[in-house]
Design a protein around this ligand. Sequence first.
Ligand SMILES: CC(C)(COP(=O)(O)OP(=O)(O)OC[C@H]1O[C@@H](n2cnc3c(N)ncnc32)[C@H](O)[C@@H]1OP(=O)(O)O)[C@@H](O)C(=O)NCCC(=O)NCCS
Length: 157
Amino acid sequence: MIKIAHPLDSKSCYLQRVKVDSDAKFLFDLLKERDARANISHKKMPSYNSHVQFIKSEPYKRWYIIYVRHWIDKPHRYDKEKVGSIYLSKNDEIGIFISKKFHGKNIGKYALNELMKKWPRKRFLANVNPKNKKSIQFFKNNNFKLIQYTFERTEQK
Ligand SMILES: CC(C)(COP(=O)(O)OP(=O)(O)OC[C@H]1O[C@@H](n2cnc3c(N)ncnc32)[C@H](O)[C@@H]1OP(=O)(O)O)[C@@H](O)C(=O)NCCC(=O)NCCS
């Protein structure tokens, strides 16, 4: 696994816009990793084709891949790896997903702050599944406050 710098900085962790051709497979694998706790809108896996169509539809204001970089021989040689994705929706909602093996290394915190710096807003929102204790704690730690409970009623059979 790539070595993660501590503390992270703009050279060791950065965001790059999602490109369909080079990122669809990574985003599909990330989606597979997400268990039911992390999911609200996405309940079962889409086909690869509809996943690609979804990316092409430009569903968000901005959607980025989170990269980490490890210097082997600064400034000439380095390794880099995709570790997650983060988006800002058209309604200023943030969604963030880090691959499990990279959890707890401050990448989420760093990427969240980078996104908010790139897109300054009076307020940001985040929709979190109430069963997902880790991400509730994550947003609380990053100064988000709970403002509503949203109920859903689906088709009754
Ligand atoms: C929520 C999520 C984005 C957090 O990302 P992360 O990179 O693990 O977060 P960070 O490392 O910045 O912070 C995690 C906190 O847990 C602590 N932690 C320590 N060890 C940890 C571990 N092994 N695993 C997870 N968290 C750990 C960190 O110290 C940190 O606490 P702090 O904020 O008080 O310092 C990530 O868990 C995730 O992608 N979850 C699945 C998707 C999801 O639920 N997304 C939210 C809905 S939009």
